[in-house]
Design a protein around this ligand. Sequence first.
Ligand SMILES: [Zn+2]
Length: 341
Amino acid sequence: MKNAAVVNYSIEKGSVEIREIEKPIIGEDDILLEVANVGVCGSDLHQWTSDHSWPVNYPVVLGHEFGGNIVELGKNVKTWKEGDRVVSETAAIINPFSPMSRQGLYNLDPSRKGFGYGVNGAMTRFVKVPARCLHAVPDNLSFEQACLTEPSSVAYNSVVVNSNIKPGDRVIVLGPGTIGILCAAMARLCGAQVAVVGLESDRSRLEIAKQYGCEGIIGDASEWAFRQDGLGADTIIDAAGASITLKMALDLVRPNGQITKVGWGPQPLGFSLDQLVQKNVRLQGSFSHNWPIWEKVITLMSSNQLDVKPIIGGVWAITDWKEAFEQMHSGKVVKSVLKPV
Ligand SMILES: [Zn+2]
């Protein structure tokens, strides 16, 4: 096949297959990117198993965590050249004139549409990318690592921007997926003591969290949370996909602490929020990322302050997408990475 792509073609569960697609035609403000590597995200898995909670523009090529080389430039693109090594942000379509975009928070522009659900993503050889989405990748950073800039930026936004973590704080991360482990690594960079909490089936993923200097806890984290002074953890980062973990977060957080919720789940909640009030807790959502966050994360990765290699469980050809998805879905690996064929 010339341009094999991993295509999600309908809302039916399991509607993903390899299809041959046309090479995209770029506009004046776009570049054509030849994909080197693309990470598999939890959201790609959710669209595959059809338990996602966002609208998808079927059929769509999956994949929004990617990097590669520029092979073509639109006529208005002056600041990049062919051969440049880049990673791309995910907000493929935004309204640049919306009040959120005007303050640099285009990730929160309601008309935002991302790669892999709103427009064709990067699980293929060529992808059309607006030049405003690009960031340069230093030569010392491999694309296998650089394609994790996106989830690392999600973690940076939730831990560094949307939380207030100080050296010596005790931070609990719920959920040892890619985002959870990267949040834990960011909290370590902020100088916190960090525990990552998962289930029995997360044992191998918790081992990876330990490589970032974190405690790995299966099940009940109360002992760790209350060990210091009996009051609970300063900050809880909820990176689990199940809504019920918010209850756990409310139990574990200390008075005047913060809960930052970055994990999504469509399930409604069935418990009282009285603890939120009684403990004077701040509950903060965190979504996506923007330009300055990407620049900071690339700096952290290329200086090796943030090493994402322990998270990468393997690299598969995109035609072996199913194996790569299944390994991640079962929790055997934290992050699967694909490469075009
Ligand atoms: Zn993602």
